[in-house]
Design a protein around this ligand. Structure first.
Ligand code: KG4
Ligand code: ZN
Length: 431
């Protein structure tokens, strides 16, 4: 079955076309097209994502991206379009579609122009993110999906963004030509999913696709948020995660030792590492980082005998690298210890890690090594981590999650879908 996936929950406008087959035990996916427009440059000046700008950008870019996607997919699938599609028949829906898109008049204009010039594609299912995320941004994707659903009469299914991050491990290679050969082994349940992104830090018990139980989550900030905030303290641009990660990598390669730096030892807490549960907290390490950076700046000022204000002091590159290394080491230790605890308690056979922060090289390697560390776990475990380009937000993962959901839930033409900024994977109950 061919699936069109739409993702607009945050600051990436993303669309993908997948060919999916198989049952829940052994689902198979081939990527036919994958397009993404990142708004990150536009949000930089706000130091984070600005919801109404995100919404406007999605409305602006969805149609050109769909056009690009279909062109890309046609290269891989010459049988993508119906020969004789009857647009006249679809015109009866235009009044309703205009209503669906009434809050995005520009998008409606672009939609009209576009559907009039393309043939109807042979798409069997539309999967669209309905939450969690920024509601104004989610609505644009949902309304666009509904408009397409109606015009082309394609069943549509709402999809949970976090289920997408979990399911992203089912696509072993995002390379359009190559991904036929790279098939993933069957997943053995129960699995533990560690979700680490800009908005979430959660441990989930996955009993099967669609059966999730929350076993722990952050009490305050998400780990990606902490990365971004600590990056700002070091005067690094948003999103700071990748920048901290790069600095920490250099520090590791140069064998810098943060905590022996005199006169100020660069050490940060490992929050809640011994709390005995599976919850996290990252706001304390953010505050500890703030105090540490203040101290380091004061010290640098004293040493150089300068009298400029603390805000104006730019920390030396070496000091920044050490703070980045200490921060990354601290959060990785916490993630690792809690995840091991969850695997042991729930006798998990598989560990799945999803979300933007698993783009981080050090965290990836730390967890990948776990496959061979039977001294830590007693049993062998399969560790599944998505390809780098499927770690941050994308539509491929939404297509995969949408397909899995469609195996047990019926998709409908122009269904009622509501954006839900706080959509949960499971009842919000900690086991
Ligand atoms: O999953 P995602 O794209 O969006 C959300 O759903 O939140 O995650 C974005 C987060 C940002 O906080 C970003 O700084 C972080 O992922 N991130 C990283 C890295 N790449 C992205 N954090 C640490 N190291 C990285 N290499
Ligand atoms: Zn995400």
């Amino acid at each position: 079955m061919k699936i069109l996936a739409i993702e607009t929950s945050c600051d990436e406008t993303a669309l993908a076309l997948l060919e999916a087959s198989g049952d829940k035990e052994k689902p198979k996916f081939k990527l036919r097209g994958n397009v993404l427009y990142s708004q990150v440059e536009k949000h930089k000046k706000f130091g984070g994502v600005y919801p109404s700008l995100a919404k406007r950008e999605h409305a602006e870019n969805l149609v050109p991206l769909l056009e690009k996607l279909l062109k890309e997919a046609e290269q891989n699938d010459t049988n993508l379009f119906f020969e004789n599609s009857d647009e006249k028949n679809s015109e009866q829906y235009l009044i309703e579609i205009k209503k669906i898109l009434e809050r995005e008049p520009n998008l409606f204009e672009k939609f009209l122009e576009f559907v009039k010039k393309v043939k109807k594609p042979k798409i069997d299912l539309i999967a669209v993110t309905s939450g969690p995320g920024l509601e104004p941004a989610l609505w644009v994707g949902i309304n666009f999906a509904k408009a397409l659903s109606l015009f082309w009469q394609i069943p549509t299914i709402p999809t949970n963004h976090m289920e997408g991050h979990i399911a992203s491990v089912l696509m072993n290679s995002a390379d359009v030509e190559e991904n036929d050969k790279d098939e993933i082994d069957q997943i053995i349940f129960p699995a533990i999913a560690l979700l680490i992104s800009g908005g979430h830090t959660e441990l989930i018990l996955v009993e099967n696709w669609g059966k999730y139980k929350l076993i722990g989550k952050t009490n305050d900030d998400a780990i990606g948020e902490a990365y971004d905030k600590v990056a700002r303290l070091l005067n690094l641009e948003y999103p700071g995660g990748p920048k901290i990660s790069a600095l920490a990598d250099i520090a590791r390669a140069e064998k810098l030792q943060p905590n022996t730096n005199e006169p100020i030892s660069i050490t940060l807490p490992r929050p809640m590492i011994s709390s005995g549960d599976f919850n996290f907290s990252f706001s304390g390490i953010k505050t500890a980082s703030l105090y540490l950076v203040q101290k380091l700046k004061k010290n640098q000022n004293d040493v150089s005998k300068k009298t400029i204000s603390e805000q104006e002091v730019e920390l030396e590159e070496k000091t920044k690298k050490m703070v980045a290394l200490e921060f990354e080491t601290a959060v990785t230790e916490v993630l690792f210890k809690k995840t091991i605890g969850a695997i042991k308690k729930h006798k998990a056979e598989t560990l799945i890690i999803g979300g933007g922060v698993i783009a981080n090289r050090h965290i990836r390697e730390t967890f990948k090594k776990l496959e061979n560390q039977t001294d830590i776990l007693n049993e062998k475990i399969q560790v599944l981590i998505p390809e780098i380009n499927l770690t941050t937000d994308n539509a491929v993962m939404i297509g995969i999650a949408g397909y899995l959901k469609s195996l047990s839930k019926e998709a409908q033409i122009n269904p009622e879908i509501k954006a839900d900024g706080n959509l949960k994977l499971s009842e919000d109950k900690i086991l």
